[in-house]
Every structure is written in C-alpha cells, then in structure tokens.
Design a protein around this ligand. Structure first.
Ligand code: XUL
Length: 528
C-alpha cells in the first residue's frame, strides 16, 4: 500500500566544466530537488580555475578524480535536499562533450568491487592514468590536419563523422596522446568520454560510449553508427577499437545500479542506469525537441540545436546522431554574434534600454521596407567571417538608414541567418515545427516574434529550468525507464501556449529575404 503511494523519482546529473549538478524529478517531470558542487570552491585541493587546469600551449585538462570526489559530495547534498534514493527508478546524466578519461589497468575491477564503507574517490584514487583533456583544449591543430588527410580531406571527414576535424574533438586528442605520451596510450585499459566515464561510476563497470556524444569525436561513422576504421587507424593503433568499446544508442538501459549505491545510499537494487550523453545532446532532450524543431539558446553567442531526419556533411557546425528515439540526427550551430552584439547596437541606437529599442522596432514594419543588415561585432563562426557591418536598402545599395530601420535590420538579419544556416544543415521545417527558446534574451517578446515570423513557426520558451542539459538527463532517465516498463508517465508538455506565433503573411515576406541573405553573405570576405 505504502509502496503504491510513493512518488517515483528520476535523477539527472550534469558533469559540466565548472560544476557537477544533480536534479530529481517526479513522474510528472516536475523538479523536486536539486544540488550542486562547484569544483573551484568546494574542491580547492585540485587547484582548478573554472574547473580546469591550463597548460602553456593551449592544453586544457581536468583531473578525473575531481569529478569522482564531486559525485561523493553531490550525493550527500541530494540527501540533505530531501531526496529519498529508495524512490529512484532510474538515473541518467550529461557530460561536457569531447573530454577523454584514461582508465588504468585494473580500473574496471575496482569499479566492480567498491566497498560501501568508503568514499568513491579514495577507492578510485589510482584508477586514472592522466588528467583528462577537455573541450577547451586547442593544442591539436597538427593532429586535426593529419586526420583529415588520412581520411581523404575535410569534406570526406565531415561526410563520415558529421564534422571536419576540431582541436577539442576526442579523435585528435587521442592521436596527440598516442604521439606524445605513448606510455599512457599503451597502458590505457579503456578510454571513456566524460559522459560514459560518469555513467561507469554508477554502473560499476566501464559504460559504453553513446552514439550521440560519440559523434563529437571525429571517429564515428554517423551513418553506419560504428567506429570509422580509417579514422581509428589515423588516431591510434589496432587496440583503439577495443579501448573505446562498441558504442550504443543513447536511449539504452545499461542495467542496474552498482551495489555500492544500494548499500551506501539506500538506492533500490533494480534502479536502472540509462546511458549518459553529451550536454548538448542532453539539452535537446531537455527541450523535448522533435524532428524539424529548433532549440534556440539566446546567450552571449546564439546556439541552435536542430532535430534532423537526415544528416548533412557540414564544413562548419556539427551533425550528431540523435540522443532520443524521435530525433534520428541533430545538429549544433554556434553563431558568435548573439546577445553581446544585440546589446552593443541597442546601446548605440536607443541607449541602454530594451524598452526604447523595442519602441524603435515597433515603428517599423515586418520586412523592414527592404532594408537588411548583417552585423558582426566579433568575428563570426557561421559563416566564418571577420568583424564588420553590411547594411543595404531594397535595391541592394549600401546605406546607413535611420535608427529604427537599423534596429529591425539587425534582428531580422540575425533570425534570417539562423534559418538559412539551419536549412543548410538539412533542417526541414514542417507544419508541426516549433522553436524552443532559452537563455537571457528569450524574455524579449519582440525578438521572439521576429524569430517566429522568419521561421514561420511558433516560439515556445523553456521555462521549467534554465539548464536544459540537466533537466534532459532526468527526462531521458524517465522516458527510457517508462518505455522498458511499458508504462505511460504523466510528464507534461513544455508549455501550454506559444509566446509568439507567426503572422499569416510571414512566409511571403521572409522567403525572398532568405535568398537575399544568401546573396549578401556571398559577398562578405570569408576567413579560412
Ligand atoms: C560542444 C562543446 C561544448 C561543451 C561544453 O561542441 O565543446 O559545448 O560540450 O560543455
């Protein structure tokens, strides 16, 4: 009887760069409790700054034992926050993408025979061979070029793995380890991503890498969903496939939680561990995106997460295998000129007031009488171009229009760029498509209205939790658990109604402007 009235709980963890966060949700997906550990502040003995240790030549690493010790702490803090671990049906997690964890020989044995009387970090003190290179590391340019060459060029690598070679991606990082610290490479029993490493701590054995986070390595064939032999060979030797293990779909239930947590913290013995994934992949789940939907994070830079049916082979941005069953592929696009650029031009055109800026906007019409602008205050990533400002009138002549026309040109130009590059990545907008906005600028209804019109899709705001990756971890745990049990959870929709819906004529106004945007960027000087 008591058993039946107990609220089922699902846990999510986010091993991010600066902190470890944890959250508990109920069957309705409403947040019950949260806890976090800030690495620099709570674990000063590891001497990290911003959660990382910087070397002299662009190397950026983090000690994996820091993350282990943070887990000991966050579990205690969850208890203090009021979580009853005996109600937890399943858990999952997210991790900063691309970082690699190098397990020493015998580590898996240690994971499988943890004593409940002791902390994790004391038992795993010798489980790691080296500090983990993380996503902020930029020291592998030579390895990137070599990998692209080995596979048949930039374009070919993008076709196979979803990305051209990037310094922070795990393949080039492994290659650097192989070349510069061959003893670490040889001695590694297994190599995990931060996400699969974190999952291993709960599972009591080395967890497989999931396909979605595995797509951030430049090693995975995202079409065949297996490692690309040529890329593996270019980054290591014949033992690399074994060190990485077979990747699994991100929605895999990997088994029961390790007895360590049952005995030490009172978890149920059959609490399920769902594969962990990368933070951006988890954010897609947290925003509950479907195929043809767009997650729009409006921050210092603007990041788009797209739900795709088919992959593309981008020379900029990344395509990853989707983390949920309803999204076969996803894409990540980062635009450097986001809120900081919006703010700088607000200050220039209207003083430091969004109200004054929005008044300017409202004195103009949708389509801006043909005035269009591209504003890069900082070098842009998509497309790769230097800083500059290009504004033209309806005839395509360069102009410096009145402040109200500039205000609209700036925002319409940004929204058009987001749509054009999203479509280049294979985004197929359809009648059920939505935009789900997060981040500081998602409170600006005028900006969201422009996005709704340009994408010709309603805009919703993620209002339950600012950290979509963390929420996504708990939601994935709940959804995969429910599917394996064949039960329906009460987990509710994102929001009841959209905050902005497109006007009926939006498509006729903005479709020609999309073409104009494409022509304008053709003429902007590009960076290599
Ligand atoms: C994505 C990336 C970062 C990290 C941050 O490619 O490098 O977003 O995942 O945690």
């Amino acid at each position: 009887m008591i058993e039946e009235t107990k609220q089922k709980t699902f846990l999510g963890f986010d091993f991010s760069t600066q902190r470890l966060k944890a959250l508990a949700i109920g069957e309705d997906f409403v947040i019950q409790h949260e806890a976090d550990v800030e690495f620099d502040v709570d674990l000063p003995e590891f001497r990290t700054s911003g959660g990382v240790v910087r070397g002299e030549r662009g190397e950026v690493t983090a000690p994996p034992l820091l993350w282990v010790k943070a887990l000991d702490m966050v579990l205690d803090r969850l208890i203090v926050a009021g979580v009853d671990f005996s109600n937890v049906e399943a858990l999952s997690g997210a991790g900063q993408q691309h970082g690699s964890v190098w397990w020493a020989k015998g580590a898996e044995n240690k994971l499988g025979s943890l004593s409940p009387d002791d902390f994790l970090h004391t038992q795993l003190a010798t489980a790691f061979l080296t500090n983990s290179p993380v996503w902020m590391d930029s020291s592998t340019s030579a390895e990137c070029r070599a990998l692209e060459e080995a596979v048949g060029g930039k374009q070919k690598l993008a076709e196979i793995t979803g990305s051209t070679a990037y310094e922070r991606f795990t393949g080039p990082q492994i290659k650097k380890m192989y070349n510069t610290k061959p003893r670490v490479y040889q001695a590694a029993e297994k190599i995990s991503l931060v996400s699969s490493f974190a999952c291993s701590l709960f599972l009591g054995k080395i967890a497989p890498i999931d396909l979605s986070d595995g797509s951030g390595m430049n090693l995975l064939d995202i079409h065949k969903k297996t490692w690309c032999e040529t890329a593996l060979k270019a980054c290591g030797d014949e033992t690399l496939a074994d060190k990485l293990g077979e990747p699994v779909p991100s929605f895999t239930c990997l088994g029961d939680i390790s007895p360590y947590y049952v005995q030490r913290y009172g978890f149920k013995p059959d609490c399920k561990v769902i594969a962990f994934t990368g933070d951006n992949c988890s954010a897609l789940a947290g925003l509950r995106l479907q195929e043809g939907w767009v997650g729009l994070s409006l921050g210092t830079s603007d990041t788009l997460v797209l739900g795709l049916g088919e992959p593309s082979a981008p020379l900029a941005a990344h395509v990853l295998v989707g983390p949920t069953k309803s999204v076969p592929y996803m894409a990540l696009l980062c635009f450097a000129n986001g809120s900081l650029t919006r703010q700088a031009h607000r200050d220039r055109l209207a003083g430091a007031s969004w109200d004054a800026f929005n008044e300017l906007l409202q004195s103009t019409v949708r389509g801006n009488m043909g005035y269009m602008g591209i504003y890069y205050d900082t070098p842009e990533i998509l497309p790769r171009a230097g800083a500059g400002r290009w504004v033209e009138d309806a005839r395509g002549a360069a102009v410096q229009p009145a402040p109200q026309l500039e205000a609209r040109a700036l925002l319409e130009g940004q929204a058009l760029a987001r749509r054009a590059h999203a479509e280049d990545m294979n985004l197929k907008l359809h009648k059920q498509s939505r935009l789900v906005a997060t981040g500081g600028a998602s409170v600006n209804k005028h900006l969201l209205q422009i996005f709704a019109d340009v994408f010709h899709a309603p805009v919703y705001v993620q209002d339950q939790h600012a950290n979509a990756a963390l929420l996504g971890a708990a939601i994935r745990a709940a959804e995969v658990w429910a599917e394996t049990k064949g039960v329906q959870l009460k987990g509710s929709e994102l929001t009841v109604s959209p905050v902005a819906t497109p006007y009926a004529d939006a498509e006729t106004i903005y479709t020609p402007m999309l073409e104009r945007y494409r022509r304008m960027i053709e003429n902007i000087p590009k960076l290599e």
